[in-house]
Design a protein around this ligand. Sequence first.
Ligand SMILES: [Zn+2]
Length: 190
Amino acid sequence: MTSRISRLVVAFVATAGATLGVTIANPSPASAAMTICYNTSQAGSFAGVANQAASIWNNATSNLTLSANCGNNLRIYSITGGGSYAQRTSLGNGRVYIDTRQAAQYSPLRIMSHEIGHILGLPDNYNGNCSLLMSGGSAGTSCTNPNPSSAEASRVTNLFAGTRVSGEDARGTGSQVFPDSWPAVLAPIG
Ligand SMILES: [Zn+2]
């Protein structure tokens, strides 16, 4: 009887410990950097641009690290036609598609950094302002800025810290597709 109780106690402690372990394993986002592993095996000629965009985001934020080919949080694809877009499955996870035709008109690094911005929680903001990354193609083909503004960067940092503006609790983190950020440039007439 005694030994049976001992076993039960041991089992209970083990279960409680496991439960406790799960709780502790969820780090406080503010104190631990989150690693986002991106995969460039399908990125073709854009693999180097992906690495540059990852460095931009790593430098602009304080609590996340985009790291190459350590996993598949983010898969990056080279496509031809159909338009560049991002497909976010959850904050920090999804797929980015870079259209070679658009990359011949717009800065490939700006496209890459912008589309990764969607994966990191940012919406489009088509106001034509080149100092914003999420203005995308609305700033024209002459805009080559690949850097998020300080406001865009701090919003990403806040999202990954779990800090959200009141009333915005679901925005920026859910499953969403972001197409059509880079309008086709019309060929000159004549
Ligand atoms: Zn976009």
